[in-house]
Design a protein around this ligand. Structure first.
Ligand code: SF4
Length: 268
Protein backbone atom coordinates (compact mmCIF):
# COMPACT_ATOMS: atom_id res chain seq x y z
CA UNK A 1 0.00 0.00 0.00
CA UNK A 2 1.28 3.49 -0.82
CA UNK A 3 0.05 6.85 0.43
CA UNK A 4 -2.22 8.62 -2.08
CA UNK A 5 -4.02 11.97 -2.37
CA UNK A 6 -7.65 11.96 -1.26
CA UNK A 7 -8.98 11.54 -4.82
CA UNK A 8 -9.36 7.81 -4.22
CA UNK A 9 -12.33 6.19 -2.46
CA UNK A 10 -10.99 5.69 1.04
CA UNK A 11 -12.39 3.00 3.34
CA UNK A 12 -11.71 2.88 7.06
CA UNK A 13 -10.43 -0.43 8.38
CA UNK A 14 -10.19 -1.17 12.08
CA UNK A 15 -8.81 -4.26 13.84
CA UNK A 16 -12.31 -5.32 14.89
CA UNK A 17 -13.76 -4.92 11.38
CA UNK A 18 -10.85 -6.80 9.81
CA UNK A 19 -11.34 -9.82 12.08
CA UNK A 20 -15.10 -9.79 11.57
CA UNK A 21 -14.63 -9.52 7.80
CA UNK A 22 -12.45 -12.61 7.80
CA UNK A 23 -15.32 -14.59 9.31
CA UNK A 24 -18.27 -13.17 7.36
CA UNK A 25 -18.12 -9.85 5.54
CA UNK A 26 -21.90 -9.55 5.32
CA UNK A 27 -22.19 -9.73 9.08
CA UNK A 28 -19.14 -7.47 9.55
CA UNK A 29 -20.70 -4.57 7.67
CA UNK A 30 -24.17 -5.03 9.19
CA UNK A 31 -24.84 -2.75 12.18
CA UNK A 32 -25.58 -4.68 15.34
CA UNK A 33 -27.37 -3.43 18.40
CA UNK A 34 -25.10 -4.44 21.26
CA UNK A 35 -25.62 -1.26 23.29
CA UNK A 36 -27.64 -3.10 25.91
CA UNK A 37 -25.02 -5.81 26.37
CA UNK A 38 -23.91 -6.20 29.97
CA UNK A 39 -20.60 -7.76 28.90
CA UNK A 40 -19.88 -4.75 26.70
CA UNK A 41 -20.76 -2.28 29.46
CA UNK A 42 -18.57 -4.09 31.99
CA UNK A 43 -15.74 -4.43 29.47
CA UNK A 44 -15.85 -0.71 28.66
CA UNK A 45 -15.90 0.20 32.34
CA UNK A 46 -12.93 -2.04 33.12
CA UNK A 47 -10.97 -0.59 30.20
CA UNK A 48 -11.61 2.83 31.68
CA UNK A 49 -10.31 1.64 35.07
CA UNK A 50 -7.18 0.34 33.37
CA UNK A 51 -6.68 3.67 31.63
CA UNK A 52 -7.10 5.61 34.88
CA UNK A 53 -4.71 3.26 36.69
CA UNK A 54 -2.02 3.53 34.02
CA UNK A 55 -2.36 7.28 33.57
CA UNK A 56 -1.92 7.73 37.29
CA UNK A 57 1.23 5.65 37.03
CA UNK A 58 2.46 7.76 34.10
CA UNK A 59 1.81 10.90 36.14
CA UNK A 60 3.93 9.52 39.00
CA UNK A 61 0.93 9.16 41.35
CA UNK A 62 0.68 6.37 43.91
CA UNK A 63 -1.52 3.47 42.78
CA UNK A 64 -5.00 3.40 44.25
CA UNK A 65 -6.22 0.34 46.13
CA UNK A 66 -8.21 -1.71 43.56
CA UNK A 67 -11.49 -1.39 45.49
CA UNK A 68 -11.07 2.38 45.68
CA UNK A 69 -10.25 2.56 41.98
CA UNK A 70 -13.37 0.53 41.10
CA UNK A 71 -15.70 2.63 43.22
CA UNK A 72 -14.32 5.96 42.07
CA UNK A 73 -13.67 5.00 38.45
CA UNK A 74 -16.89 3.16 37.55
CA UNK A 75 -19.94 5.06 36.31
CA UNK A 76 -22.96 5.07 38.64
CA UNK A 77 -24.71 2.36 36.71
CA UNK A 78 -27.17 -0.09 38.32
CA UNK A 79 -24.61 -2.89 38.00
CA UNK A 80 -21.77 -1.02 39.69
CA UNK A 81 -22.32 -2.85 42.96
CA UNK A 82 -22.86 -6.23 41.32
CA UNK A 83 -20.43 -8.59 43.11
CA UNK A 84 -19.56 -10.31 39.83
CA UNK A 85 -18.59 -7.00 38.23
CA UNK A 86 -16.57 -6.06 41.28
CA UNK A 87 -14.78 -9.40 41.26
CA UNK A 88 -13.95 -9.20 37.54
CA UNK A 89 -12.76 -5.59 37.74
CA UNK A 90 -10.64 -6.35 40.80
CA UNK A 91 -9.01 -9.37 39.11
CA UNK A 92 -8.32 -7.34 35.95
CA UNK A 93 -6.60 -4.52 37.86
CA UNK A 94 -4.46 -6.89 39.91
CA UNK A 95 -3.74 -9.09 36.90
CA UNK A 96 -2.68 -6.23 34.65
CA UNK A 97 -0.38 -4.76 37.27
CA UNK A 98 1.20 -8.19 37.82
CA UNK A 99 1.63 -8.77 34.08
CA UNK A 100 3.43 -5.46 33.55
CA UNK A 101 5.61 -6.16 36.55
CA UNK A 102 6.54 -9.71 35.59
CA UNK A 103 7.26 -8.78 31.97
CA UNK A 104 9.21 -5.69 33.09
CA UNK A 105 7.15 -3.51 30.77
CA UNK A 106 7.39 0.24 30.96
CA UNK A 107 4.09 1.92 30.11
CA UNK A 108 4.57 4.74 27.59
CA UNK A 109 0.92 5.55 26.85
CA UNK A 110 -2.50 4.50 28.11
CA UNK A 111 -5.31 4.45 25.53
CA UNK A 112 -3.76 5.79 22.38
CA UNK A 113 -5.69 6.31 19.14
CA UNK A 114 -3.76 6.03 15.89
CA UNK A 115 -4.81 6.37 12.29
CA UNK A 116 -2.92 6.43 9.03
CA UNK A 117 -3.31 8.71 6.08
CA UNK A 118 -5.15 7.13 3.13
CA UNK A 119 -2.98 4.48 1.48
CA UNK A 120 -3.73 3.23 -2.00
CA UNK A 121 -4.58 -0.44 -2.07
CA UNK A 122 -2.16 -2.39 -4.23
CA UNK A 123 -3.75 -3.70 -7.42
CA UNK A 124 -6.24 -0.83 -7.61
CA UNK A 125 -6.02 2.68 -9.01
CA UNK A 126 -8.71 4.40 -7.00
CA UNK A 127 -9.25 2.48 -3.78
CA UNK A 128 -7.57 3.57 -0.57
CA UNK A 129 -7.63 2.42 3.02
CA UNK A 130 -7.29 4.34 6.26
CA UNK A 131 -6.14 2.11 9.11
CA UNK A 132 -7.51 3.19 12.45
CA UNK A 133 -7.43 1.73 15.93
CA UNK A 134 -6.92 2.18 19.63
CA UNK A 135 -4.18 0.72 21.77
CA UNK A 136 -5.13 -0.06 25.35
CA UNK A 137 -1.49 0.39 26.31
CA UNK A 138 1.75 1.25 24.58
CA UNK A 139 4.67 -0.37 26.38
CA UNK A 140 8.39 -0.89 26.06
CA UNK A 141 10.44 -3.95 26.95
CA UNK A 142 13.88 -3.43 28.51
CA UNK A 143 15.46 -4.22 25.12
CA UNK A 144 13.38 -1.46 23.47
CA UNK A 145 10.79 -3.65 21.75
CA UNK A 146 7.42 -1.93 21.37
CA UNK A 147 4.72 -4.01 23.07
CA UNK A 148 1.04 -3.37 22.39
CA UNK A 149 -1.22 -5.24 24.85
CA UNK A 150 -4.90 -5.63 24.04
CA UNK A 151 -6.84 -6.39 27.21
CA UNK A 152 -9.88 -8.67 27.04
CA UNK A 153 -12.39 -9.30 29.79
CA UNK A 154 -13.88 -12.49 28.33
CA UNK A 155 -12.61 -16.04 28.60
CA UNK A 156 -11.32 -16.82 25.13
CA UNK A 157 -7.72 -16.38 24.16
CA UNK A 158 -6.18 -17.28 20.77
CA UNK A 159 -3.03 -19.37 20.69
CA UNK A 160 0.12 -17.59 19.54
CA UNK A 161 -0.38 -19.13 16.08
CA UNK A 162 -4.01 -18.05 15.91
CA UNK A 163 -3.02 -14.56 17.02
CA UNK A 164 -0.45 -14.35 14.22
CA UNK A 165 -3.13 -15.25 11.66
CA UNK A 166 -5.65 -12.62 12.78
CA UNK A 167 -5.96 -9.64 10.41
CA UNK A 168 -6.23 -7.43 13.51
CA UNK A 169 -2.68 -8.42 14.45
CA UNK A 170 -1.47 -7.13 11.10
CA UNK A 171 -3.40 -3.88 11.55
CA UNK A 172 -2.12 -3.37 15.10
CA UNK A 173 1.42 -3.99 13.85
CA UNK A 174 1.02 -1.46 11.03
CA UNK A 175 -0.53 1.02 13.46
CA UNK A 176 2.43 0.44 15.78
CA UNK A 177 4.74 1.36 12.91
CA UNK A 178 2.59 4.42 12.26
CA UNK A 179 2.73 5.42 15.93
CA UNK A 180 6.53 5.28 15.83
CA UNK A 181 6.45 7.43 12.70
CA UNK A 182 4.15 10.02 14.22
CA UNK A 183 5.51 10.15 17.77
CA UNK A 184 9.19 11.09 18.06
CA UNK A 185 9.29 10.36 21.81
CA UNK A 186 8.11 6.79 21.28
CA UNK A 187 10.36 6.35 18.24
CA UNK A 188 13.42 7.37 20.21
CA UNK A 189 12.64 4.98 23.07
CA UNK A 190 11.72 1.89 21.03
CA UNK A 191 13.10 -0.33 18.31
CA UNK A 192 11.23 -1.29 15.14
CA UNK A 193 10.40 -4.70 16.62
CA UNK A 194 6.68 -4.76 17.47
CA UNK A 195 4.94 -7.33 19.66
CA UNK A 196 1.17 -7.72 19.81
CA UNK A 197 -0.31 -9.17 23.00
CA UNK A 198 -3.79 -10.38 23.89
CA UNK A 199 -4.20 -10.58 27.61
CA UNK A 200 -6.90 -11.87 29.95
CA UNK A 201 -5.55 -10.23 33.11
CA UNK A 202 -8.23 -11.76 35.38
CA UNK A 203 -7.05 -15.23 34.32
CA UNK A 204 -3.31 -14.42 34.24
CA UNK A 205 -3.25 -15.64 30.64
CA UNK A 206 -1.86 -14.07 27.49
CA UNK A 207 -0.78 -14.75 23.90
CA UNK A 208 1.79 -12.73 22.02
CA UNK A 209 3.46 -12.53 18.65
CA UNK A 210 5.92 -10.42 16.70
CA UNK A 211 4.92 -11.01 13.09
CA UNK A 212 7.47 -12.42 10.65
CA UNK A 213 7.61 -10.66 7.25
CA UNK A 214 5.70 -13.51 5.56
CA UNK A 215 2.98 -13.37 8.23
CA UNK A 216 2.71 -9.61 7.79
CA UNK A 217 2.41 -10.08 4.01
CA UNK A 218 -0.36 -12.65 4.46
CA UNK A 219 -2.18 -10.29 6.83
CA UNK A 220 -1.88 -7.42 4.36
CA UNK A 221 -3.37 -9.67 1.65
CA UNK A 222 -6.36 -10.45 3.88
CA UNK A 223 -6.95 -6.80 4.76
CA UNK A 224 -6.52 -5.76 1.13
CA UNK A 225 -9.07 -8.36 -0.01
CA UNK A 226 -11.58 -7.13 2.57
CA UNK A 227 -11.17 -3.49 1.52
CA UNK A 228 -11.59 -4.34 -2.17
CA UNK A 229 -14.71 -6.42 -1.42
CA UNK A 230 -16.16 -3.55 0.63
CA UNK A 231 -15.39 -1.11 -2.18
CA UNK A 232 -17.19 -3.38 -4.67
CA UNK A 233 -20.00 -4.01 -2.20
CA UNK A 234 -19.42 -7.75 -2.53
CA UNK A 235 -20.52 -8.77 0.92
CA UNK A 236 -20.06 -12.52 0.82
CA UNK A 237 -21.82 -14.45 3.58
CA UNK A 238 -19.71 -17.22 5.08
CA UNK A 239 -21.35 -19.66 7.45
CA UNK A 240 -19.64 -20.55 10.69
CA UNK A 241 -20.03 -20.69 14.42
CA UNK A 242 -20.35 -16.90 14.38
CA UNK A 243 -23.82 -17.27 12.79
CA UNK A 244 -25.18 -18.12 16.24
CA UNK A 245 -24.86 -14.46 17.24
CA UNK A 246 -25.80 -12.87 13.93
CA UNK A 247 -28.85 -10.62 13.61
CA UNK A 248 -29.19 -11.66 9.95
CA UNK A 249 -29.51 -15.29 11.02
CA UNK A 250 -32.06 -14.33 13.63
CA UNK A 251 -34.06 -12.49 10.97
CA UNK A 252 -33.85 -15.52 8.67
CA UNK A 253 -32.63 -13.37 5.78
CA UNK A 254 -29.15 -14.76 5.27
CA UNK A 255 -28.45 -15.86 1.68
CA UNK A 256 -26.01 -18.48 2.95
CA UNK A 257 -28.76 -20.25 4.93
CA UNK A 258 -31.22 -20.84 2.10
CA UNK A 259 -32.31 -24.16 3.65
CA UNK A 260 -34.21 -22.24 6.30
CA UNK A 261 -36.13 -20.17 3.76
CA UNK A 262 -38.28 -23.07 2.56
CA UNK A 263 -40.24 -23.01 5.76
CA UNK A 264 -40.38 -25.79 8.27
CA UNK A 265 -40.78 -25.63 11.97
CA UNK A 266 -38.18 -23.80 14.04
CA UNK A 267 -39.43 -25.60 17.12
CA UNK A 268 -37.06 -28.08 18.65
S1 SF4 B 1 -26.00 -15.85 9.33
FE1 SF4 B 1 -23.84 -16.42 9.23
S2 SF4 B 1 -23.36 -16.45 7.04
FE2 SF4 B 1 -25.24 -15.28 7.30
S3 SF4 B 1 -24.61 -13.15 7.47
FE3 SF4 B 1 -24.78 -13.98 9.54
S4 SF4 B 1 -22.73 -14.67 10.05
FE4 SF4 B 1 -22.82 -14.43 7.83
Amino acid sequence: MVVVPLAARAHKMTPRLADAAQECLLRAITPSNSEGSQALAWGNAIHTLLKIDMRRQLAGQAPLAPDDLIVRGTPRAPWRDDPDYFKLAHACIIGMRAYLDEEELEVLRAEEFVRTRPRRVTGTTDVAVVLSGRFDLVCRRPDGRLVLPDMKTGNRLPSDMELAALPSTTIYTLLGEELRRQDAAIRERTTDSIEIVHILPHLAACSSVALRPDELDAGRDAVRAAVIAIDREEYTAIRGEWCAHCPIYAANTCPAWTMRQGGGSENF
